[in-house]
Design a protein around this ligand. Structure first.
Ligand code: CIR
Length: 254
């Protein structure tokens, strides 16, 4: 069974952390409608959606991807890089323990799940404003015994590694080459974002489909042209909080 862990949009979303974007007025009700539609798309693609309880005092709780790295053998609970997000992982861990043995990254290490891109048995981990070398070293020590290799990757001009590159198929990625050095990604085939949409590299692969923001139409056309089965979702309100499509769920098999 494919499980998608999600978390409701918090009442306080407007106080979200922002790094690369100016603060815009945020319509929380609209963000909720978009989030509900996203969950519906995941169900339509075969996932069983399991919601972690809302945390209205935590503005960024909806971005659940950052709280854990779920692998086949274990789930690594993160220590998020933003101090305002450090209370988010606890309840996610409580839910995940029904599905996986747990391990955790601890201070002074920091890791955001949005910095971890898995390709087969390799975890590419972004060195970002949220994920530090101590966190990467801890993650490596936790997963290498299970046969995973961990490769740090430099990211620039964006929040997370998966803002710059994400998986769209088997050994196939969507990327903004200006934000990440792709030579570290081995033999993955790269589809580049349309240059007019630098923030369009975050896509969510669900089996043979790719969930993708409708507000990046030029890159959406490129993906379709490359033979990708794209499922567009409206998520521009959540994007005002620097959230993308990967960050609103933790997807894994159970
Ligand atoms: C933050 O700055 O942490 C949130 N406002 C956005 C997090 C987005 N997470 C992700 O892309 N994995």
């Amino acid at each position: 069974m494919l499980v998608a862990l999600t978390r409701p949009v918090s009442d306080s979303l407007e106080q979200c952390a922002l790094t690369h974007q100016p603060r815009h007025r945020l319509d929380v009700a609209r963000a909720r409608r978009q989030h509900a539609a996203y969950e519906e798309v995941l169900r339509r693609l075969g996932a069983s959606v399991v919601q972690v309880a809302a945390a209205h005092e935590l503005p960024d709780a909806v971005f659940i991807e950052d709280t854990a790295v779920v692998l086949d053998e274990l789930a690594v609970i993160t220590h998020p890089g933003a101090a305002s997000r450090r209370a988010e992982p606890g309840p996610v861990a409580a839910t995940l323990q029904a599905y996986r043995p747990l391990a955790e990254v601890r201070s002074p290490g920091t890791v955001d799940g949005g910095d971890v891109l898995r390709v087969d048995r390799t975890l590419y981990v972004g060195r970002s404003s949220r994920t530090n070398d101590a966190g990467i070293a801890q993650l490596a020590a936790l997963v290498e015994p299970f046969g995973y290799a961990v490769h740090p990757v430099e990211v620039r001009h964006c929040l997370h590694l998966k803002s710059a590159v994400s998986e769209i198929g088997t050994r196939r990625v969507l990327a903004n080459p200006a934000w990440v050095s792709l030579d570290r990604l081995g033999d993955c085939e790269v589809v580049a974002v349309d240059p007019s949409e630098p923030a369009a590299a975050n896509a969510l692969r669900v089996e043979d489909s790719v969930v993708f923001p409708a507000h990046h139409p030029a890159t959406l056309d490129r993906l379709r042209g490359a033979g990708v089965v794209v499922v567009p979702v409206e998520c521009d309100e959540l994007a005002k909080a620097e959230g993308g499509v990967t960050c609103c769920s933790l997807l894994f098999r159970h």
